[in-house]
Design a protein around this ligand. Sequence first.
Ligand SMILES: Nc1ncnc2c1ncn2[C@@H]1O[C@H](COP(=O)(O)OP(=O)(O)OP(=O)(O)O)[C@@H](O)[C@H]1O
Length: 501
Amino acid sequence: MMGDVSMVFAAGMFIWAIFGQWFQHQFRGHVEMYAYKLIGYVYPYVQINFHEYHAEYFERSKAYAAIERYLSTNSSNRAKRLKANVVKDSESVVLSMDDHEEVTDEFNGVKIWWTSSKTIPQMRSFFSFRDDDERRFYRLTCHRKHRDFVTNVYLKHVLDEGKAIAIRTRQRKLYTNNKSADWRGYKKTIWSHIVFEHPSTFDTLAMDPKKKKDVLEDLMMFSKSKDYYKKVGKSWKRGYLLYGPPGTGKSSMIAAMSNLLEYDIYDLELASASDNTDLRKLLIETSSKSIIVIEDIDCSLDLTGQRKEKKEGDKEDEKDPVKKMEEEKKKKGSEVTLSGLLNFIDGLWSACGSERLIVFTTNHLEKLDPALIRRGRMDKHIEMSYCCFETFKVLAKNYLDLESHELFETIDRMLGETKMTPADVAENLMPKSYEDDAGVCLKKLIMSLEDENEKEAARLKALEDDKIKASEEEGKKKKEDDVKLANNVIDAKENDVTTNK
Ligand SMILES: Nc1ncnc2c1ncn2[C@@H]1O[C@H](COP(=O)(O)OP(=O)(O)OP(=O)(O)O)[C@@H](O)[C@H]1O
């Protein structure tokens, strides 16, 4: 009998174990569901979890990253246990909340609790994409009555702040486009980048103070005009044309713009783009908050010639065929056309991405097709010119820490008479040895200006001499022609007399 009972008991245990295992998930799910419902009736708080990775993608959640940055900046001083991350070329340390740490945030009088947590799955997936496979998440807890405020207002504030912190702390990049071959050997144009750290700022940029203020205000206005651009139906971008002789600070101005607005720079080499499609692809790949620069636009491509109509007397057809072929080949390097470039600036494609500056630089304004630089495309034309006294004063302050000196008057007068680029002035102001004090550098500049002055005088004299020589030769030739004409008239008269006889 005992044997029968124990057999029934053993069988019952076995069936229960099978059922228990089979029902485990469903049971647990149901129990959990009802437990949460029950808690929901008595527990006055709401919790929202933000996971680091999306379940279905291997991509880090942007919201998680933004919250992490927000909490690092706003709450790390309140957390007791912190995690340290080294960023920016291993130079600075960013602190964030450690796992299972809690901080309290207060926004518009509403209290919000943040906890950082992690779960470790018991079963490691075959496709584990991270070594430890921990799933981190932030948990936000707030009172049920603030639920709408937190989801609609507070979270937007956290995400916006997180984005703004990312922009403030990110390393700016300088992109250049170049051709590279993929594994099949197909050539394509791609952007590659390096960290951009240029010291030029609007403080160190030497130019007419009024002009500088004007540019600065224009840039600041642009960066704050998102809503305005939207209201007037324009894409949020602005074109700048920087023109002037080499060494007047066009590149320095671009670096100063980037430092001011904290924008990346895309240095676009037009000749490296195979055609308009390639150009469009490069454009689409640029990010917002960037400056797209095309330097020396007049030299980039034959953008000026493509619109010119053939004039009578054009020698194109009479060109040496070999030379013609060579020129064609050279042009084939890039088939970007003026219309492609115009499309790039203000066509539909240019509207993808926003908050972008497009900057053209040129040493020869007169060589550019007017269509390329008309207002609306290049909204602001900025002339970078030779060094004037105001420009010099900025350079003297930068290079020599000097605001006044007895030689300033001489330099003021000489700069009025002589054209010298800020780059050349800066070169003269730079001490070349430890003995070179400010006076020595200023004297060096004066000597250089004198040299320049003499050279200019010699150049002008040579020009004047050439003019006099040309006019003398013209006079002489005219005299000879007159004599010839007079002789011909006499000869003709004499012939008439002989015939009449
Ligand atoms: N306006 C300026 N203010 C301050 N520094 C200047 C200025 N112009 C030139 N410089 C100095 O001269 C150097 C060369 O100037 P920069 O490359 O900016 O001139 P650029 O006009 O772009 O010349 P290019 O047309 O040849 O590219 C700079 O590194 C900077 O040190």
